[in-house]
Design a protein around this ligand. Structure first.
Ligand SMILES: [Zn+2]
Length: 131
């Protein structure tokens, strides 16, 4: 992989992802059967022990996009973040009322460790769904 703009890699990636999100359908457009969605997210360091933050909120289905992703809490992280689009799609397809799991950030820990050290921050999620 080429990294012509090493310093801009993070900003460039975010911009690209923002475009992808904006271009996707809203959750209510894509999943007509979904009536409500609550996400409960716990962010952990790579060892999975130190919790850096926990957020829980009710998703606005008309505004949230079906490219359903959350930023990594590592402010230096490059090309990482957590994408729950597939997990959400699977949960809805099987009409599950809860879906839980853990994702590991596949980005690079910082611009100084591009192609060497992965970010590996952990997101533990719980999706609560109603139809
Ligand atoms: Zn990350």
């Amino acid at each position: 992989m080429m990294h012509r703009q090493k310093n801009g890699a993070r900003a460039e990636y975010r911009l690209q992802e923002d475009e992808r999100i904006k271009g996707s359908a809203s959750l209510s457009e894509k999943f007509h059967q979904l009536k409500s969605l609550t996400v409960d997210l716990g962010y952990f360091n790579p060892e999975g022990v130190g919790k850096s933050s926990q957020i829980k909120y009710v998703v606005n289905l008309d505004h949230a996009k079906s490219v359903f992703r959350f930023n990594c809490v590592n402010t230096e992280c490059i090309r990482g973040d957590f994408d729950l689009s597939q997990q959400l799609t699977n949960a809805i397809a099987s009409r599950s009322t809860t879906a839980t799991g853990e994702l590991c950030c596949q980005g690079w820990r910082s611009k100084n460790t591009l192609d060497t050290v992965h970010c590996n921050n952990i997101l533990r999620y719980k999706l609560s769904l109603a139809y």
